[in-house]
Design a protein around this ligand. Structure first.
Ligand SMILES: NC(=O)c1ccc[n+]([C@@H]2O[C@H](COP(=O)([O-])OP(=O)(O)OC[C@H]3O[C@@H](n4cnc5c(N)ncnc54)[C@H](O)[C@@H]3O)[C@@H](O)[C@H]2O)c1
Length: 262
């Protein structure tokens, strides 16, 4: 028996098989879930190719989170396939180059608003589009639906992460407000704060190697920047029925770095 037997899960943010979301989709299928993916823009064809590398090929919806029409179309399409959505993974982040690299004053509002739109507001936009399907999971008992977003600990200022760090701080706050507003529909909203993993998004951050170089030394449990599965397992736990009274929470999957000083 799998932890997600019979559950319908939408996984956003799969680009390559190095994506954190790919590891979540793979684990979710291994635990018995039926999975659909979404992809966006120029990455959509890559997402379709990557979908074929899962244990069972998954359908791919087109969702650029900044395009309300695409969100509405995807929600309608998924509603024809499934009568309820038991879980959703938000694994989406982007910031223009000016927003990264170690100088907060490089970026203007024009660039910052893109980072906040794609990396933060998108959680609200996705939940809003799929809310009726998510709410259906809580009708007639059961544990309801689980929304899980991917975070990078925003309680401190990191080298190079700049406006992406601000976007994550806002995501942390937003997840608590969404948890507040959706609890009565039995929709949980939690984040997994992952340590650094070598993905496409991570490679686009100049200075990312400063995290990589120090993380495994600082982590009480050690850390492997190529291991996406440790993050996926935590996401699957939150998607499962094992944490039915947990919402508005940030679960750190970072080898313990958040808990230690130097
Ligand atoms: N890699 C890390 O070290 C790390 C650590 C903690 C948290 N995260 C977070 O994990 C999530 C997934 O990132 P990843 O590291 O797996 O990288 P990734 O590059 O594999 O995934 C980023 C995803 O964002 C999607 N995306 C970008 N703009 C979009 C848009 N407008 N509409 C829809 N999708 C869009 C891309 O298509 C891609 O699938 C992000 O939120 C990231 O901030 C990553």
């Amino acid at each position: 028996m799998g932890l997600l037997d019979g559950k319908h899960i939408l996984v956003t943010g799969v680009l390559t098989d190095a994506s954190l979301a790919f590891a979540v989709a793979r684990r979710a299928q291994q635990e018995g879930a039926e999975v659909a993916l979404s992809g966006a823009g120029r990455g959509l064809s890559l997402t379709r190719r990557t979908a074929r590398r899962l244990p069972a090929e998954a359908d791919v919806l087109e969702i650029d989170v900044t395009e309300p029409d695409q969100l509405a179309r995807a929600a309608a399409a998924l509603g024809e396939k499934w009568e309820r959505l038991d879980g959703m993974i938000h694994a989406i982040g982007y910031a223009p180059p000016e927003c990264l690299g170690g100088d907060m004053f490089q970026a203007d509002w024009e660039q910052v608003q893109v980072a906040l739109h794609v990396s933060t507001y998108s959680l609200k936009a996705l939940v809003q589009a799929f809310r009726p399907l998510l709410a259906s999971a809580g009708v007639g008992g059961g544990t309801g639906a689980s929304v899980v977003g991917l975070d990078f600990d925003a309680s401190v200022a990191w080298p190079a992460y700049d406006w992406m760090g601000v976007s994550k701080a806002a995501l942390e706050s937003l997840s608590r407000y969404l948890a507040r507003d959706l609890g009565h529909e039995r929709i949980r909203v939690n984040l997994v704060a992952a340590g650094p993993v070598k993905t496409m998004a991570a490679k686009s951050i100049p200075g990312f190697h400063t995290f990589e170089d120090t993380w495994s030394d600082r982590a009480p449990l050690g850390w492997d920047v190529l291991d996406t599965d440790v993050v996926a397992r935590a996401c699957v736990a939150l998607l499962s029925d094992l944490l039915p009274m947990t919402t508005g929470e940030i679960l750190h999957v970072d080898g313990g770095v958040h808990a230690v000083g130097a």
